[in-house]
Design a protein around this ligand. Structure first.
Ligand code: ADP
Ligand code: ADP
Length: 231
């Protein structure tokens, strides 16, 4: 990923807020990057732009060789469905659908045939250790189990990039660690991860920590222990 000079301004009737003020960020394939910084510094906005959920005013965002900011709406949504997975703080599961159906949803969006869908969902349910939960509804699961379902849903399409916004924010430390270990396993299979977090403990699982302030990158720190493992 090559992000150059990204600018995002929110305009309301009275005020303009510059949320991203010239972000430059390169992420290598297979890297696990944490984004940290004080509340309001632009972390969520950056993640939303990277996830093609929000459009910046200017700048460049290249993914492998494709410039993503000039894609039209249809192309953006196709690119997102094929290449990206999302994990949110509030899990964002659909309460009316079972665990199995929640995980299956992105495959339906991607028009994967039924038999292949069932196979992929069952495979990931096995990996996430939620086999006996596949017919349950989200509200019947603990927070940790719900986030495992959400991670499964993010992974089932085998995305190149997973974007995670405070993935452990609503979990106690035991379940939080389970989710972090899951993200690490996923990363070890080659998936690139960009994670927003307030937790330096969670950030310690990543290869590199980017610090934002007032809409730009002020510093970065390589997590040596993790990165040597990577090499
Ligand atoms: P963080 O995730 O680091 O807390 P955000 O990306 O949510 O920061 O916000 C960056 C800045 O943009 C903040 O000043 C915030 O108030 C502003 N902002 C975020 N979303 C909106 C919006 N929809 N409309 C107006 N201002 C917004
Ligand atoms: P935790 O210790 O993670 O907080 P809970 O006490 O919420 O977990 O749940 C303990 C176990 O009971 C979990 O396996 C959870 O899936 C199951 N469980 C909780 N609520 C329900 C429910 N309404 N229906 C079925 N199973 C439930």
């Amino acid at each position: 990923i090559k992000i150059e000079n990204l600018e995002k301004v929110y305009k309301t009737e009275e005020i303009e807020t510059t949320a991203l003020n010239g972000i430059n960020l390169h992420v290598k394939a297979g890297e696990f990057v944490s984004i940290m910084g004080p509340s309001g510094c632009g972390k969520s906005t950056l993640l939303n732009v990277m996830g093609l959920l929000d459009k910046p005013e200017s700048g460049s965002y290249k993914f492998i060789d494709t410039e993503l900011l000039t894609l039209n709406d249809k192309e953006r949504s196709n690119f997102r469905k094929r290449n990206m997975g999302f994990v949110f703080q509030n899990f964002n599961l659909i309460d009316e659908l079972t665990v199995f159906e929640n995980i299956e949803l992105p495959l339906i969006y991607n028009k994967v045939p039924t038999v292949e869908r069932k196979r992929l969902v069952n495979e990931i349910i096995g990996r996430m250790n939620i086999v006996n939960r596949s017919g349950h509804f989200p509200q019947q699961l603990s927070g940790g189990q719900q986030q495992r379902v959400a991670v499964a849903r993010a992974l089932v399409t085998k995305p190149k990039l997973v974007l995670a916004d405070e993935p452990t924010g609503n979990l106690d430390s035991t379940h939080g660690n389970e989710v972090m270990e899951l993200l690490c396993e996923l990363n070890e299979t080659g998936t690139t991860i960009v994670m927003v977090t307030h937790s330096s403990h969670d950030a310690s699982f990543s290869n590199r920590i980017i610090n934002l302030k007032d809409g730009h990158v002020i510093s970065e720190k390589i997590n040596k222990g993790k990165t040597e493992e990577l090499i």
